[in-house]
Design a protein around this ligand. Structure first.
Ligand code: FE2
Length: 240
């Protein structure tokens, strides 16, 4: 099975992901050997933490693309951002400094793990009103959503999407996060699973780690949509 990894921090020197070109290339190799054949590079767009990553990430993307064309010619690469939501992000979105996923109307957005429910809700509803389709990054991490499955369903009905991290299935972020991960899967509230890979060891860009868990709850067709199909539709700006 081929994987489409829609959420990664492989581009070097722009955020808390890869630090050198060598590490960036090694992460690509790890992903490829794991079975990934399409990747969206999504450096943080959190100016208060990492500055404006727009230009630097574009340069790193061009270097990575040149390397991949030589080494892994059948690997597709796309460029986006992971927006760390903040009140003033509208300007960065309007002038294109913060990118959507592959230039589509789908926007990867994250919040600090302890974010309150009402704060998160008003932020994603604001993005929906602006015409974006927000993809909520690593939704299993938010404690405030643990008992809000009804709202998550409403959010999806309004055009929102849910992404969860592959490694949370095996407890990388603890038992509570793993339970929330399974709960979202069991209730069919997830659109795509991604690695959110940051480095070559503790947070490697591996997708396959979640398969043994996923196979307990999902049909092969559903797994295909979670690991490839929906991400492909997003990057093509199609309808989900
Ligand atoms: Fe991320």
């Amino acid at each position: 099975m081929a994987f489409f990894d829609l959420h990664t921090h492989i581009l070097c020197g722009v955020d808390d992901g890869a630090r050198t070109d060598q590490e960036m290339q090694e992460m690509l190799r790890i992903a490829y050997e794991d079975g990934t054949r399409a990747i969206c590079l999504t450096p943080h767009y959190s100016p208060y933490l990492f500055g404006d990553t727009s230009a630097a990430s574009e340069r790193a993307f061009e270097r990575l693309r040149a390397y991949a064309a030589e080494t892994f010619p059948d690997l597709e690469l796309y460029l986006g951002h992971e927006l760390g939501y903040h009140e003033s992000c509208v300007q960065a979105l309007n002038d294109g400094r913060c990118r959507t996923l592959g230039g589509s109307r789908y926007l990867l957005v994250d919040f600090p793990a302890p974010v309150g429910f009402f704060e998160l809700r008003s932020a994603v509803e604001r993005l929906l009103r602006m015409g974006y389709r927000p993809v909520l990054a690593h939704a299993e991490r938010y404690r405030s959503l643990a008992h809000r499955l009804g709202w998550i369903r409403d959010f999806i009905d309004q055009g929102g999407l849910i992404q969860i991290n592959a490694s949370s299935a095996i407890g990388d972020l603890g038992g509570f996060t793993r339970r929330r991960w399974k709960n979202l899967i069991r209730h069919r509230l997830v659109h795509m699973i991604s690695s959110d890979g940051h480095n070559t060891d503790t947070r490697a860009p591996k997708m396959s780690v979640c398969l043994p868990v996923l196979e307990k709850y999902c049909t092969p067709e559903e797994i295909g949509m979670l690991m490839w199909g929906n991400a492909k539709t997003v990057i093509e700006n199609g309808r989900i």
